[in-house]
Design a protein around this ligand. Structure first.
Ligand SMILES: Nc1ncnc2c1ncn2[C@@H]1O[C@H](COP(=O)(O)OP(=O)(O)O)[C@@H](O)[C@H]1O
Ligand SMILES: [Mg+2]
Length: 405
């Protein structure tokens, strides 16, 4: 089975999805703008063919080049797990007569106001929000929604250009900073804990589900360099704090007409327990969350995603033996990593719980923590109890320190 997979090398975990496709018997036709010379030998071995295009986001150009390259071959699937390409994949399916989610359904996972409209129309709880194009429209929306509120791009990712505005005095300066964004969403600020809900779906039916919690909420983690953000999976999805989020998530999938593949939803749990929809994407989560889910369930969701997409089945057991947490570290200072503190003592305290240590070595240049959630390294820990994992992860957040010079 030929699978045309968009952007097989970027972001880096796409190479693992490429491998997953090969594991389930597919031949991968990769299309991307990365130079093949930069690919790992493993990725090169997994690509049955590769078309390098000059600009992967230039949709008409990519479609024309792929048309020429395929020369009448018709892949059985056209897939991507990278957010900016989800609509392109849908358009390519239509252009080449390949089954899979159509453009309208895909847009419901990409355009935040449209997403909210569709989810709200199904009677589900979403933040009040409005799509705005001008300063006047933003002020008009704010007068209905009230403060505090959130302003963010319609098609954002990674909390980029997302702002919390505490009161009327702060709105204009935020709008100034959003001058380059053609359309923004102004919305009610939801106070509460932030969780995710991931699925592998077959024709909209979840065959694998997972819930994680962010510590702290993603926006706060993105705006404060000194924080070591933690993401922790929840072992039992029928536990009361998350059960309502799972129910909400399943309903959202129905409301948006999910097809087959990965989904990644964010939702809030208010202090009164109410689950409120945040956003959803029809692709795998980033921030190493697929790895985290794999550690939590002793599964390989790179491969199971491929199985779902190619064969409509999932072989991963849904019972989890672990709760797992990833802790992202940001070094203090600029330049190159000069020394790392606390690792030996942390290993002595929690050796059995540590399943991965990927801290940048001494001498490595710091990564841009604003650009990549992966920052200057991460540690993954796991244990049978959610609370125990959080305790260990919190210890990693404070005890492990990287210093740059
Ligand atoms: N209505 C809201 N209320 C409270 N926090 C919000 C709201 N919208 C966004 N946020 C915060 O901002 C972050 C980024 O917004 P999100 O809609 O997830 O956009 P992105 O596509 O950038 O991930 C969220 O993870 C959450 O922490
Ligand atoms: Mg988000």
């Amino acid at each position: 089975m030929d699978v045309l997979f968009l952007s097989p090398a970027y972001p880096p975990e796409m190479a693992s999805f490429t491998r997953g496709l090969v594991d389930v018997g597919a031949r991968v036709l990769g299309v991307g703008d990365s130079a093949p010379e930069s690919f790992s030998p493993a990725l090169r071995g997994h690509l049955g063919d590769y078309l390098r295009v000059p600009r992967i986001l230039d949709e008409p150009d990519v479609i024309a080049r792929v048309h020429h390259w395929l020369g009448g071959r018709r892949p059985a699937r056209i897939e991507t797990n990278w957010e900016p390409l989800t609509v392109l994949a849908a358009r390519m399916r239509a252009a080449f007569g390949v089954p899979g989610m159509n453009e309208s359904a895909t847009l419901g996972f990409r355009d935040k106001p449209l997403m909210r409209e569709r989810v709200a129309a199904a009677g589900l709880r979403v933040p009040r929000s409005a799509r705005v194009r001008t300063r006047g429209e933003a002020w008009e929306a704010a007068s209905h929604i009230g403060f505090p509120l959130i302003v963010k791009p319609v098609a954002g990712a990674g909390s980029a250009d997302t702002f919390k505005v505490e009161g009327p005095g702060g709105l204009d300066s935020v709008l100034d900073q959003l001058g380059h964004v053609p359309e923004a969403s102004v919305e009610e600020y939801i106070e509460g804990d932030e969780y995710t809900y991931e699925t592998l779906c077959v024709d909209g039916r979840p065959v694998y589900e997972s819930v994680s919690q962010y510590f702290p909420n993603a926006l706060v983690a993105r705006q404060n360099e000194w924080i070591s953000p933690i993401i922790r999976t929840i072992r039992h999805l029928d536990a009361p704090p998350v059960r309502d989020g799972v129910t909400l998530g399943r309903a959202v999938l129905g409301a948006l007409g999910m097809g087959t593949g990965f989904t990644h939803m964010e939702w809030f749990r208010k202090p009164n327990g109410e689950a409120v929809f945040g956003e959803i994407a029809c692709r795998a989560p980033g921030a190493n969350m697929v790895d985290l889910m794999n550690y939590s369930g002793d599964v390989d969701l790179f491969r199971e995603w491929a199985r779902v997409v190619c064969h409509g089945t999932c072989e991963a057991p849904t019972e989890r033996a672990w709760s797992a947490a990833i802790v992202f570290k940001r070094a203090q200072g600029q330049g190159r990593i000069a020394h790392v503190e606390g690792v030996d003592a942390f290993r002595r305290r929690h050796g059995a719980a540590i399943v991965r240590e990927e801290l940048l070595p001494v001498g490595a240049p710091r990564r841009d923590w604003k650009q990549t959630f992966l920052s200057d390294g991460n540690v993954v820990v796991r244990a049978p109890e959610d609370s125990e994992v959080l305790r260990i992860a919190t210890d990693a957040a404070s005890a492990l320190q990287l210093y740059a010079r």
